[in-house]
Design a protein around this ligand. Structure first.
Ligand SMILES: *[C@@H]1O[C@H](CO)[C@@H](O)[C@H](O)[C@H]1NC(C)=O
Ligand SMILES: *[C@@H]1O[C@H](CO)[C@@H](O)[C@H](O)[C@H]1NC(C)=O
Length: 304
């Protein structure tokens, strides 16, 4: 009896010691980069402000304060960096070295630019110069309320039209994203058109988080954290920019050939790669999702 007790005590001690060693190792591997990136091994390499400066943000989004832009004065560099800082310790823009970091920022903005552009039919600067023109949907055709969702019921008198940098639609999506960024977006979806930091935060959270069960995140498929199984390769889903569109938009954009919807997002990504000095030749493999089978069976599409 005593032997057994002593033995289990020893086991406990060993376990505690192992946990202690692990903690120590983690903190040894963690780095401190001040407010922007701290306490994570991802912070040990370059952070976003090291390779993406305010002037570059201006180059990517030169028309956002134009008199024709619908959200003039809303979006700014500091809001992006403040939001990104929350995710850099988890690997956003800090995974796989400087070039991969730059590519990930360009890819994220490729989506954002395409989703918030008003450049189509506007003459000056070309269609790719008009990202961050909007911060909300202009003429919603409906209120995007689905009360069959019991978890996130619509609040009285609140509309769930598209808002933000990667626009969020529908009560249940506001509920899920709000939970993710710890804001009551179900009752206050307007926060995403009033506060640019929160709008970027919600968008980066979506980029970093698997949206459906047993799906990787856009971040994971882009930086190479995700290894497709045979089921995925049979569905032509491979790591790369194409799969990020599959995750974020599914069958509204992917598996339909070279449709405008998809091409416009790719053009924004490549335009930003060029402006950031990375160059389109580094767009990566599997750039499109023209032949990809959507990740999950089509359901009600959150982005239409
Ligand atoms: C656009 O507006 C933002 C927010 O007011 C400001 O920070 C930024 O300097 C402006 N940029 C240009 C190019 O006017
Ligand atoms: C936007 O939201 C952030 C995060 O909650 C907050 O710190 C900031 O003060 C807000 N900005 C404005 C202008 O309300």
């Amino acid at each position: 009896m005593r032997m057994a007790q002593a033995a289990s005590f020893l086991v406990l001690l060993t376990l505690l010691a192992a946990a202690d060693a692990r903690r120590q190792q983690e903190s040894e591997n963690a780095c401190d980069k001040g407010w922007e990136c701290s306490g994570s091994r991802f912070c040990c390499s370059e952070t976003i402000t090291d390779y993406f400066k305010a002037y570059q943000f201006e180059q990517l989004f030169p028309k956002r304060n134009d008199s024709l832009a619908h959200a003039a004065g809303f979006w700014d560099y500091q809001a992006f960096i403040t939001a990104a800082a929350l995710f850099e310790p988890r690997g956003f823009g800090t995974t796989g070295g400087k070039e991969m970091g730059m590519k990930e920022v360009a890819a994220f903005f490729g989506h954002v630019g395409a989703m918030t552009s008003c450049g189509f039919g506007v003459a000056t600067g070309g269609p790719l110069a008009w990202g961050l023109c909007y911060n909300h949907e202009m003429s919603p055709s409906q209120s995007y309320c689905d009360n069959s969702n019991e978890l996130y019921r619509c609040a009285e008198g609140v509309e769930y039209y598209g808002r933000g940098a990667l626009p969020v639609y529908w009560n249940y999506n506001y509920g899920i994203v709000g939970k993710g960024i710890k804001q009551d977006l179900l009752n206050h979806p307007e926060l995403l058109e009033q506060n640019a930091t929160l709008a970027f935060e919600a968008a980066i959270w979506r980029w970093m988080t698997p949206m459906k069960w047993r799906q990787p995140s856009a971040h994971d498929v882009f930086v190479g954290n995700w290894k497709p199984t045979k089921k995925h390769t049979l569905s032509k889903r491979y790591p790369g920019f194409g799969a990020t569109m599959n995750i974020l938009y599914g069958d509204s954009t992917c598996g339909k050939g070279y449709i405008d919807n998809m091409n416009v997002i790719i053009s924004h990504y490549q335009h930003y790669l060029d402006l950031m000095g990375v160059g389109v030749q580094h767009s990566g493999d599997n750039l499109d999702c023209a032949d990809q089978v959507p990740f999950n069976p089509p359901s009600k599409n959150p982005d239409s």
